[in-house]
Design a protein around this ligand. Structure first.
Ligand code: ZN
Length: 411
């Protein structure tokens, strides 16, 4: 299969991308728009990119909003209560069915790489076992990384450490944590040391729910970054949320940024979820409840956007479309300046790939996997402005999905 009349990010002109089986075989410039041969896909002058990435989602909780009760206040705390009611009725098949339905929604929007956090503060580890099966059964659609996520803590949950070890033994790919939720500062610090030891010992990636609160005293990011720096593991470590950074004062932040840069860790922000759940203890002025996305980016550090939730007790909306998150995030983070719009897709493609350590398994380059998208616009700016879509998603050289753009007829 070949794709003709493709525009590539960062390059001038049109290209023909040749696929040979499961690899990209050649990328050749075209002197003028060419006519498709039989079996060719015509990008029509639009962008061809590597697949979109969903780097932070909770597939074990998706599609449960309103079951049995809706979150009436929309707060994080009522969400936890509503989830406790739903969690009591979760079964193996129920988890798998909802996760697969959600994966289909992601695939429909051009996503082929997903990192999901799975709650392991459950002595049966039922959701984790279900998700390990889902990972195998959906390999033709996505690459799925599973994070062992201790929703109720490692140190403050009975048997928390043993459950983390067991989750890794069962097949989780990434070590998670939630230090700001532990009962004390000391437990938060020791949970980070424990999870970093575990990841180092098992040679695994790390992704911690870190300081997901408006409390400016929640300062576990410095602990995570320092542990990553000392161990030389930064590129393999991710701090998710870090929303407290939006409430840190500038003096502390300037010192913190020196450490963050040295540590080389990655960041994930979930802009729609955070603006919805944070700022809830404020009257006015009301904080946005996000981490310092633009500042992290400007400082040369790696940050990407994620959806976090789709129709669950914490967030009632969502449809799998990561472009929606990108658009909201750029607004919320004051990133609609010219330069940001020229490279906006970085936040849902290349930056996310670096976070997930996809390496040479990602990107439009000869020899890499034939995983790519045809988008509905010729550049990042137009893709964002027009609320564009992935029109085709190709995986291992085969079409996964094609979308017909909606048509308007003037009368
Ligand atoms: Zn999360």
């Amino acid at each position: 299969m070949n794709i003709i009349n493709a525009r590539l990010r960062g390059k001038e002109g049109l290209f023909r991308v040749e696929l040979d089986g499961e690899r990209i075989a050649a990328i050749a410039p075209l002197s003028s728009p060419s006519n498709p041969a039989v079996g060719d896909l015509d990008a029509g002058g639009n962008l061809v990119t590597a697949p979109f990435i969903e780097p932070h989602i909770h597939l074990d909780a998706t599609l449960t909003a309103g079951e049995p009760n809706w979150n009436m206040t929309g707060t994080l705390f009522e969400g936890i209560e509503r989830w406790a009611e739903r969690k009591a009725t979760v079964t193996h098949e129920d988890t798998k069915t909802r996760a697969k339905k959600t994966i289909d929604m992601l695939v429909d929007h051009g996503i082929q790489h997903v990192r999901t956090h799975v709650d392991v503060t459950d002595p049966s580890l039922a959701a984790l076992k279900a998700m390990v099966e889902v990972r195998d059964e959906t390999r033709h659609l996505i690459n799925l990384q599973i994070v062992a996520f201790p929703q109720e803590g490692i140190e403050s949950f009975a048997g928390g450490r043993a459950l983390m070890e067991e989750a890794i033994a069962i097949g989780a790919d990434v070590v998670g944590g939630i230090p700001h939720f532990e009962n004390t500062r000391e437990q938060g610090v020791s949970s980070v040391k424990f999870l970093m030891d575990l990841a180092e010992r098992k040679d695994l990636l790390v992704d911690v729910h870190c300081d997901e609160t408006d409390d400016p005293q929640s300062r576990f990011l410095e602990v995570l970054a320092e542990e990553a720096r000392i161990r030389g593991m930064g590129a393999r470590v991710t701090a998710s949320h870090t929303t407290a950074m939006g409430s840190y004062d500038n003096a502390y932040c300037s010192k913190l940024f020196r450490l963050l840069k040295q540590s080389e860790i990655n960041f994930i922000s979930c802009p729609t979820e955070s603006i919805h759940l944070q700022g809830r203890f404020d009257s006015y002025p009301k904080r946005r409840g996000l981490t310092r996305v633009a500042e992290i980016d400007r400082a040369g550090m790696n940050i990407c956007f994620a959806q976090d939730s789709i129709v669950d007790p914490w967030y009632p909306l969502g449809n799998g479309n990561i472009m929606r998150i990108l658009e909201a995030g750029l607004h919320i983070c004051h990133m609609l300046g010219y330069e940001d719009l020229q490279r906006g897709l970085d936040l849902i493609t290349d930056n996310s790939a670096r976070t997930l350590n996809l390496g040479e398994g990602y990107g439009i380059e000869v020899g890499r996997p034939a995983n790519l998208l045809i988008l509905s616009a010729p550049n990042d700016y137009e893709m964002i402005r027009t609320q564009g879509h992935a029109l085709a998603s190709i995986r291992n050289g085969k079409l996964l999905m094609q979308r017909t753009p909606s048509r308007v007829e003037r009368c």
